[in-house]
Design a protein. Sequence first.
Length: 365
Amino acid sequence: MVLLSIGLPGGFADWCDAVMARLAARLGGEVSLTSWPKLGDMLGYTDLSGALDEVGRTLIRTNGAHLVMGTRKPDERLQAVIAETNTRFIVALDDPRGAVADILAETNAPLRMATRAVANSCPLIMRFAALSGALTLHAEAAMTDPANAVRSIAGHFGIAVTADDVGRIVDELSETVREPTPTNASADWTARIPEAGHKMVDGALSGYRECFASGNLGQLIWTRDLFILVSDPSRAPTQPVDVAGGVRYLVFGPYIDLPSGSWTARVVLGFSPETAGHSFVVDAFAGRQLGATTVVPASGGIYTTEVSFTLGEQSGLGAEIRVMVTSEIARGALAFGRVELRPLATREPDVAPGVSAEFSSVLDL
């Protein structure tokens, strides 16, 4: 028997996996428990193989009568098979900002990479939660009453348990598995993540938290800390970028998947006076160019530009927003601010407050 648990990388999904393994043991025979992808792989820029392939490989190399597979980055192929076969599975939903804090507690990963790992899990998890075979568990409710969560999981898979069985599982996991904090999740994540990273984490993930709660996905914000300097890929564009040096890309990234559909990306840029009259291209890219626009600053200052694009199925390394200087004789400095992403249905025309002050500080305008 294969039991699937789909959730964000973090303590709550791990807890659900462990519950399922203990329940599967009641069916008799050896139980194999594994999680895919490994956390280290999620923190890199590697294009990962499909979850369905990993299920097959794990079944081949293990001898267990039952397999509990915790999937942290599900894909369309797995979704199609689950939908076609009406397979029952668990969806473990947590505040994604708390999942980032869990990763930081477990690893020495840079906050940028932990944020990106969680953001890449969110879009498809949204779709899996809508399938008929899903039992959706929310971390705050489940960890407030873990015994009820165990009973719900057992019932969903048709596994008979007694009150003693449930109590034993809860007690065992309280000693062996790090449980998520059951109360005040928003305050919890801010205490566990460096304050300097709050804006990055909240911008990239708070929209998904709202979606998990209400089903409606609003604005996402990718701050400049998530992006990469072409001139030094180890650094984010947190300081002004010298545009002199010929035609080339200046900034790219962050390689984060988005839900399929049509989007508007509003990109906020700052230009020093010397850049006036020179052209810059801002584009959206995901394996191919999806949309582009050109900015020619008339003078130094703050500019916003929009790129509209449509995404199909997730593939490759995720979506990028890139900035290119297209003038061979350009000079001056560019400051990269942030990217505001909206599904087209929720597009708004106004500029977010506080941007001018931020760029005045960066560019000394």
